[in-house]
Design a protein around this ligand. Structure first.
Ligand SMILES: O=P(O)(O)O[C@H]1O[C@H](CO)[C@@H](O)[C@H]1O
Ligand SMILES: O=c1cc[nH]c(=O)[nH]1
Length: 235
């Protein structure tokens, strides 16, 4: 079987799919963290893999950048391949003054400048929230690994390059921890099609201070988040 954007057989995906934005990160995770990983899709080079982690079946697939790309893959994974749990593992820009590069952040909720979630509720506001069980499992996994993580509201933007950077200071005053480009869309799609979703990030840069992770360190900090996500998966 196939969908317009995924060419895989029925049953090729595990019930839980971890989704980094970058398909090459999906490949890296499959090669370095999973046992018996096989590539199950590669349409448009948006790679998806399925294998096991400590005996638990898990898939990893890239989402691409932005809500439209994430929404297409999330919807097709849920509706056509029966995926039940979608966990975004991404990078983000830190916003809060107590947020440091390399921190791990859980997106309890995701505000957005996109209209996709309002469109789901006739123009009203929609609370884009993480699935509680996935969130608790993730936070507990981080604790068990000795990794201090922050949990809170994040902002999902359609515009990586803001016209006016003072916007981030306003988001900081509202307690937003970080900015990314997919989470609010993922939470909306999961709600619409009856799946569970959660997102966690590694802070790659700080959008107010301008601090950024040195490129040679990005992989190692990213690995901590991957470990948390994999450890959080229930059998
Ligand atoms: O590292 P990923 O998961 O792609 O996430 C972040 O990085 C991209 C922007 O550089 C956006 O997709 C944003 O959400
Ligand atoms: O979406 C993102 C991700 C990392 N850094 C940003 O500024 N934005």
């Amino acid at each position: 079987m196939s969908t317009p954007h995924i060419e895989a057989n029925n049953g090729d995906f595990a019930q839980t799919v971890l989704m980094p934005g970058d398909p090459l990160r999906a490949q890296y995770i499959a090669e370095n963290f999973l046992d018996d990983a096989v590539k199950v899709t590669g349409v448009r080079n948006m790679y998806g893999f399925t294998g096991t982690y400590k005996g638990k079946p898990v898939s990893i697939m890239g989402s691409g950048m932005g809500i439209p790309s994430m929404s297409i893959y999330a919807r097709e994974l849920i509706v056509s391949y029966g995926v039940k749990n979608l966990i975004r593992i991404g990078t983000c820009g830190g916003i809060g003054s107590d947020i440091k590069i390399r921190d791990v952040i859980f997106a309890q909720g995701a505000s957005t400048d996109s209209n996709v979630n309002r469109a789901r509720v006739r123009g009203y506001d929609f609370s884009a929230i993480a699935d509680f069980d996935l969130l608790v499992n993730g936070v507990n996994a981080a604790k068990e690994l000795g990794i201090k993580a922050k949990v809170g509201n994040v902002f999902t933007t359609d515009t990586f390059y803001q016209a006016d950077n003072t916007f981030y200071q306003e988001l900081d005053k509202l307690g937003m921890l970080a900015v990314d480009m997919e989470t609010a869309g993922l939470y909306g799609v999961a709600a619409e099609y009856g799946a569970k979703a959660m997102a966690l990030f590694t802070v790659s840069d700080h959008v107010i201070t301008g601090e950024a992770t040195p490129s040679d360190e990005r992989q190692s900090t990213f690995n901590e988040m991957v470990k948390i996500a994999l450890e959080s998966i229930e059998a």
